[in-house]
Design a protein around this ligand. Structure first.
Ligand code: EPU
Length: 418
């Protein structure tokens, strides 16, 4: 199993480019099931979760052509409308094929995701939404079976709580339903907006994506399209924190500054200088002195839960006490224990973590437990004294494209070893 070996203490300097968004690319690939015509997607990050999704589509009946800077997908017919346990257990986002399969083939069989490292993460809200559109849902042998032989019918779906992939799943299903669907309390994340853009290019009639109410007028057929995925705001945010934590001087390019606004505001309050020097560039300068600032995760446009672990690593270097509250997932503090092994002072109280700093971190052997937790360990290792060895970096490979190469190019002493 691959490891990262990191020597701490290097100040990052230079330019680092953001890749396309994993969490936008995943639903975009699932959306290719909605039409028999080819859909070409550009700026798809070459990360493991994407390969898993492509494999799932091939099993279902798609022809997937992966080029240098594009993925072209054509699904002439749905051969097997199923997402098996083997794939769903490694990637929950496989449930994104549920909506498209029921809409196009009239049935779907998708394994229940079960537990995952950051909490229970059920898909009950996706299912309740599909039921509102007329799907019949049964659960047998750990699988969800959904059926709508006569097609789905539009309806009003009010999500009990905001769900990103739930909103995406339903938007895709509703695109081919008869009549109008209204999604209330919808997720407003940029990834939802990006998916709506793709679906609109495919001929869907969608209004309001990016607000809490989305209107979808079903159409009979969708067509092929070409689309470029938005940049990955979580990757960009991770690089912003990398610059800040090393007291570095880094331009993060190819990003959408508005998408990381909540992080930028917190970092400015903590004493980091961040300027938007071009519409797609954030210039980050740390001076090695940081103040503690409390933070609570929220749905977009609030502070992203996917940047909470990275922010916690940063707060171990800040002066004072920072209270970090996790409101989206019930068990997303696994990194705290590993950071503590490196010398951080973190107390967990329910869904709050109290970080007291600054602490001098020292290199240690640590284990990556999930994607974003792994990123926080890389960040901590960049400032720790001596060598850190991070085990199980396959977690980080799920969602970060060549992170070690990108960080090494701006001066980090990081290498991959077997
Ligand atoms: N929830 C339910 N029932 C559902 C769906 C969600 O109770 O049917 C709960 C979840 O357990 C969670 C909350 O609602 O407590 C929000 O979950 P959401 O559905 O929004 O999460 P998701 O769509 O499964 C996406 C991202 C995650 C990101 C979250 C929150 C993708 C593929 N995944 O997950 O990304 O943390 O939204 O922003 O878009 C990551 O990239 O590392 C990652 C975990």
């Amino acid at each position: 199993m691959d490891k990262f070996v990191i020597q701490g203490g290097a100040r990052l300097e230079g330019e680092i480019a953001t890749s396309g968004s994993k969490n936008s690319a995943l639903p975009a690939i699932a959306a290719c099931l909605l039409t028999g015509e080819p859909v070409t997607l550009r700026r798809i990050p070459r990360v493991r979760d994407i390969r898993t999704m492509e494999r799932l589509l091939v099993d279902i009946g798609a022809i997937v052509d992966v080029g240098d800077d594009y993925v072209s997908i054509r699904t002439p017919a749905i051969r097997s409308p199923e997402a098996p346990y083997e794939l769903v257990k490694t990637m929950r986002a496989s449930s994104l094929v549920l909506g498209p399969l029921v809409a196009r083939a009239g049935r779907a069989r998708v394994s229940l995701p079960g537990g995952c490292a950051i909490g229970a993460r059920p898909i009950n809200l996706h299912l309740a939404g599909l039921e509102r559109l007329g799907a019949r849902i049964h659960q047998t042998h750990g699988y969800i079976e959904a059926e709508a032989p006569e097609g789905l019918r539009g309806g009003t779906v009010r999500f009990e709580r905001i769900t990103v992939t739930g909103t995406e799943d339903l938007m895709m299903a509703a695109a081919l339903a008869h009549g109008e669907t209204v999604i209330e309390n919808a997720a407003r994340e940029p990834e939802v907006q990006d998916l709506a853009q793709l679906l609109i290019k495919m001929g869907a009639r969608i209004a309001g994506a990016g607000t809490a109410t989305i209107h979808i007028q079903g159409v009979e057929k969708l067509r092929g399209a070409e689309h470029t995925i938005i940049s990955d705001r979580i990757e960009a945010g991770t690089f912003v924190v990398a610059a800040a934590i090393t007291g570095g001087d880094v331009r993060v390019t190819g990003c959408v500054p508005e998408h990381v606004q909540a992080l930028v505001e917190k970092l400015r309050a903590a004493g980091v200088e961040i300027r938007e020097t071009a519409p797609d560039t954030l210039h980050v300068r740390g001076n090695g002195r940081l103040r503690s600032v409390d933070m609570s995760t929220e749905e977009y446009p609030g502070f992203a839960t996917d940047l909470q672990a990275q922010y916690m690593a940063l707060m171990t270097q800040a002066d004072g006490q920072a209270v970090i509250t996790e409101t989206i997932f019930e068990n997303r503090f696994m990194h705290a224990q590993e950071l503590a092994r490196m010398g951080a002072d973190i107390r967990i109280e329910g869904n709050r973590a109290v970080v007291t700093g600054p602490t001098r971190l020292s290199g240690a052997g640590v284990i990556a437990s999930d994607l974003r937790a792994s990123a926080s360990l890389v960040l901590a290792a960049l400032v720790a004294r001596g060598e850190t060895v991070i085990d199980r970096v396959y977690h980080i490979d799920r969602g970060y494209e060549k992170i070690e190469e990108k960080l090494a190019r701006v001066g980090a002493r990081i290498r991959r070893s077997e």
